[in-house]
Write a protein that binds this ligand. Sequence first.
Ligand code: KG4
Ligand code: ZN
Length: 334
Amino acid sequence: MKDMYILAIESSCDETSCAIVKNGCEDIATVILSQIDIHTNFGGVVPEIASRHHLKNITMVIEECLKKSKLTMDEIDAIAVTYGPGLIGSLLVGVEAAKTLAMVYNKPLIPVHHIAGHIYANNLTKKMEYPLLALVVSGGHTELVYMKDEYQFEKLGETLDDAIGETYDKVARVIGVGYPGGPVIDKMAQEGVHEYNLPLPLNDNSYNFSFSGLKSAVINLAHNYEQRDVELNKANLAKSFQDVVIETITKKTLKALKDNDIKRMIISGGVAANKSLREGLKKVCEENGIECSYPDLKYCTDNATMIGAAGYFAYKKGITADSNLNAKSSLSLV
Ligand code: KG4
Ligand code: ZN
């Protein structure tokens, strides 16, 4: 079969990204312009500011990516774009850019769900084989997704309230260590010991998660120490928090794997960059004869490469859109 080159665009949150991906697995060129430095001043992403920056940078990011790939638009077979879920103003910038490219150059347009992108980030590192269980852990999502076959998604469980990445970010804000919180807490936890007793979130038999109770417990603990004018050991709190998070995620994931007799799993989303989570899951999987893999670090957080990878398989399933495609802030994977 002829090689297929997809130009992909991702702008659902605070990264403006364009990539060119060959056959859903080969990263030909990737450009990611992060707005982290801008949003750090506010302790989180400000939607209005994010969309303004996407608008300012999208053309430059696409041009830069094409230049890096040494390909021309004639050699591109299709355009893929994240159309949801995410920040509506941010998504709209990417969707309009993709629609324009598809129309001007007469290419098929492929709508991609952001989470499908995170899942297919794995295919850039190692060819995905089925059936598998995907653990999706990002700033906005915490889900267990069963994939019987290519581009087939079945949700087994999800968070009932806050997403795990969001919880990391909130904890980091409460203890005053900056945004995004995940990488900082992860690093601090390596230097701490488990000192504080925190509740194990939603410790039940379901495949669902709940992190709001844990978040509140950390906030209350921090306030309590502040009121008593006692210094909190931030590294120890990071370690105590992370231990509880990893224990609950590992427990639920293993249960889903065993109950459904699934022998393969992948980790995806920004929190998949977490070293302890990767190592913890890998170890548990090894002990239970389950294959566990995760994407290269550079493909964990938001990027257009993963959208190009997912777009290839969506296209093979006949998923395309026309100029009526609209961005959707909330959009279910299944
Ligand atoms: O997937 P992503 O880039 O955006 C969404 O789709 O939401 O994920 C971003 C999230 C942030 O909440 C960030 O704090 C978290 O991923 N994150 C981490 C790590 N690196 C990024 N969380 C824990 N440990 C990390 N090493
Ligand atoms: Zn994401």
